[in-house]
Write a protein that binds this ligand. Structure first.
Ligand code: ADP
Ligand code: ASP
Ligand code: MG
Length: 408
């Protein structure tokens, strides 16, 4: 008998009818001879609704209390699904994070899993029951509820699959698998049958929210077989697997869009050692993750420094930049919350020259101005005006994926 972890995202449990459908799927999986651990997200829109309530009542909410509020969304769906299963004759019981014992650090709203005890869930499935686990949540060493960051139910599922040595982890979502680009933005995007852990890591870290990046890190570390597929049918989706030699033949595996970007420019700072350190040390101290950085050397002993941060951190980062500029007698920093990052991703790019030039030509042809560029051996990212986000994704997909990236 094999053990399968099945994770159902927000849309997949978005209504009473969808929850019934999920319960029928689990019943079919059991009838086919498998034990099931189910992981559920909150009903679609629920996490945003709860966060909205929190923000309405507290502009800068205490993160530990915010976690208690948002974790409730998953609590509801876990129990509703367990009830529905029982009603359909399938023995089931629900588990919250602390009941499983998914222990995390205390970094509220973006906690990391430290340890998981799979034993209670295994005992449950061995007794013939379906264990239905509330995704996205854990408990810290003090017993406080924590959450794992947006999209965190994916990580709950993959981590549980690792902890219980499950045979596979199925991620049921509202698209048919992992595509060469977000199929909602780019209708020409193609579904991939397989993708390597490393490529999926790159896509996830650059904005393809179909899997939370930490879930892919877990999958890679523990060798979990992950199958991303639709909850609206039975067709096979995308397997996330170890790298295979043949994958290198595809130069570009996908185009991603990250809207969670904002830009800060310090137009004129002294060009001397310690200036960047004096800025980025307090920014890091505030827990703000800086993404792209560019610095242009000026001729008059000054330099222009530009960097990007997550949009939600723009206010806090700008405050720090302002006080830094005041300290060193530099002009006020400028903020721009209307940028996005578009990335061209592919492990195969490391052996192909000329991709960057085609990226820039394609954007120039659409009259899209590039504000920042950053590259690594497996990606090229550009920051552009948010208004051109979809146009850029479609144009780059057409040029580099549909035509084939190796065609000159
Ligand atoms: P769930 O609620 O099931 O966790 P998410 O909304 O978190 O679903 O993730 C699925 C969404 O990810 C899709 O609806 C799609 O718009 C988006 N997405 C972005 N990039 C990709 C991609 N490369 N392949 C598939 N889906 C993608
Ligand atoms: N409900 C959480 C969110 O919306 C977690 C998840 O769906 O994975 O981010
Ligand atoms: Mg998700």
């Amino acid at each position: 008998m094999s053990l399968i972890v099945q994770k159902f995202g927000g849309t997949s449990v978005g209504s009473v009818e969808r929850i019934r459908e999920v319960s029928r799927r689990i019943a079919r999986t059991r009838a086919a001879g498998h034990e099931v651990i189910a992981v559920v997200s909150a009903m679609s829109g629920e996490t945003d609704r709860l966060l909205g309530l929190v923000r309405e009542l507290a502009a800068t909410p205490k993160r530990s209390e915010a976690d208690v509020v948002v974790a409730s969304g998953e609590q509801v769906t876990a129990a509703l699904l367990a009830l529905t299963l029982e009603n359909g004759g399938v023995p089931a019981r629900s588990f919250l994070g602390h009941q499983v014992r998914i222990v995390t650090d205390s970094d509220h709203t973006r906690a990391r899993i430290r340890a998981i005890d799979g034993q209670r869930l295994l005992d449950t499935t061995r007794r013939g029951q379906v264990a239905v686990v509330a995704g996205f949540q854990g408990v810290d060493e003090n017993g406080s509820i924590t959450t794992l960051g947006r999209g965190g139910s994916d990580t709950t599922a993959v981590a549980l699959a690792a902890a219980t040595h499950a045979d596979a982890c199925e991620i049921y979502t509202d698209v048919a698998g992992v595509y060469t680009s977000d199929p909602r933005i780019c209708p020409a995007a193609r579904k991939l049958d397989r993708i390597s852990y490393d490529e999926m890591l790159e896509l996830a870290s650059l904005g393809a929210k179909v899997l939370q990046i930490r879930s892919v890190e877990f999958a890679k570390r523990y060798g979990v077989r992950v199958h991303v597929r639709t909850s609206f049918g039975d067709e096979l989706g995308t397997w996330v697997v170890p790298e295979e030699a043949s994958m290198e033949e595809v130069t570009v595996s996908g185009i991603t869009l990250d809207r969670d970007q904002a830009k800060i420019t310090l137009p004129q700072v002294p060009d001397r050692p310690g200036v960047a350190a004096g800025l980025f040390r307090p920014i890091a101290g505030a827990g703000i993750i800086v993404d792209m950085i560019i610095q242009n050397v000026g001729t008059d002993g000054n330099t222009e420094l530009t960097f990007t941060v997550p949009r939600s951190e723009l206010g806090a980062a700008l405050e720090i930049a302002r006080s830094h500029c005041r300290e060193i007698g530099a002009p006020e920093p400028l903020a721009d919350g209307e940028i996005v990052k578009v990335s061209i991703v592919g492990l195969g790019m490391r052996s192909h020259a000329g991709v960057a030039a085609r990226v820039f030509e394609t954007l120039a042809h659409e009259a899209i101005n590039i504000q920042m560029i950053s590259t690594s051996e497996s990606k090229i990212s550009v920051a552009i005006d948010a208004r051109y986000a979809e146009l850029a994704v479609r144009a780059l997909h057409h040029e580099l994926v549909e035509k084939g990236a190796t065609a000159a």
